[in-house]
Design a protein around this ligand. Structure first.
Ligand SMILES: C[S@@+](CC[C@H](N)C(=O)[O-])C[C@H]1O[C@@H](n2cnc3c(N)ncnc32)[C@H](O)[C@@H]1O
Length: 189
């Protein structure tokens, strides 16, 4: 991304900020954004202790990003934007498109409908593409949007899809392995 002349990076759903810190160390102007106040406060403290004055961390909801139109060169949303339903995903993708500059790029992940959690786990369905995870842990009660290749092309009609990888992880569940599939999408505006 440095070679492309990109300087302004948005880490959407940054969590504890592992990618934000990496980009800040490489000299990017970094905006880090997450719903979790605890995560954002922790990241701000860490950035300050490392004297990374080029990193700004803010709390908020990805449904309405507090950034100007065409203000970002590049954007990462790693395991973030599937935390919504079929209506919400369109709003989030539209917000990503709004804040990216012409010629900017995004790299994001989406849950795949091939995953065990969508096909077999028996989680309640909110709509055709969305389940609500019922499990121990932080994802309990959170909606998850799942897609396939058709859904992706429909969501990103405005974008140039540079590469799409469909990757399988296996998670141990007793004596069996459950499949978890994600799309890793690099796109340009
Ligand atoms: C699986 S974590 C990924 C964190 C980070 N991208 C990483 O790779 O380390 C998902 C993150 O998305 C954030 N998130 C979930 N819903 C969100 C929303 N509506 N707006 C902003 N962030 C959200 C969560 O707080 C969490 O930090």
């Amino acid at each position: 991304m440095e070679g492309k002349g990109f300087t302004h990076f948005l880490d959407l759903g940054c969590g504890l900020g592992r990618h934000s810190l990496l980009f800040a160390r490489h000299g990017f102007t970094v905006d880090s954004f997450d719903l979790s106040r605890e995560a954002i406060e922790g990241l701000a403290t860490k950035a300050s202790s490392l004297a990374l004055t080029n990193l700004t961390a803010r709390t908020g909801d990805m449904m309405k990003l507090p950034y100007a139109d065409r203000s970002m060169d590049c954007l990462l949303a790693y395991h973030v934007i599937s935390h919504t339903d079929s209506k919400g995903i369109h709003t989030i993708v539209s917000e990503i498109n709004r804040v990216l500059k012409e010629g900017g790029e995004f790299f994001l992940t989406l849950c795949s409908k091939k995953s065990w959690s969508f096909t077999e786990a028996g989680y309640p369905k909110l709509d055709e593409h969305t389940i609500v995870k019922i499990e121990d842990g932080p994802e309990n009660g959170i909606p998850h949007f799942y897609c396939d290749e058709t859904t992706i092309t429909q969501l990103f009609t405005h974008a140039n899809l540079i590469s799409i990888r469909h990757i399988q992880d296996c998670m141990q569940n007793g004596t069996v392995l459950n499949n978890s599939w994600h799309y890793f999408i690099l796109g340009g505006k």
